[in-house]
Design a binder for this molecule. Structure first.
Ligand code: HEC
Length: 97
């Protein structure tokens, strides 16, 4: 004959669920800037005609490097307005880690 004696002492503090420390804020997308979001669209529009976009996105470097890459592409026949140039540069540079 066995006796199982199970005693549960639940010492709960009184205020469970009383304090919510973080407000449920709406989620905002981690886009570095509107400018670089535009730049990404421009990359797809202007830079995918001759080679894959992945060729560009796999590439990295500081601003000066990207300027010379883009200038080379313009010489090769890419077309960009000044505004598109700036947005694209912002996007490509923002991808630096
Ligand atoms: C008129 C055709 C053309 C367009 C448009 C074009 N490229 Fe290129 N791109 C090339 C050629 C040709 C190469 C070299 C061949 C290859 O690697 O496939 C190249 C290569 C590259 C490379 C690899 C690095 C290098 O120097 O070889 C990068 C980065 C690049 N392009 C970025 C861009 C960007 C950014 C744009 C948009 C502004 C763009 N390209 C638009 C023709 C083009």
């Amino acid at each position: 004959m066995r006796f199982f004696m199970i005693t549960i002492f639940a010492a709960l503090p009184g205020a469970i669920g009383g304090a919510v420390s973080q407000a449920m804020a709406p989620v905002t997308l981690p886009v570095p800037s509107q400018r670089s979001a535009e730049g990404r669209a421009i990359l797809y529009k202007r830079c995918s005609g001759c080679h894959a976009v992945e060729l560009v996105e796999g590439h990295g470097g500081p601003v000066d490097h990207w300027k010379s890459v883009i200038d080379t592409m313009l010489d090769r026949g890419a077309t960009l307005s000044d505004d598109e140039y700036q947005a694209l540069l912002a996007y490509l540079t923002s991808r630096q880690r």
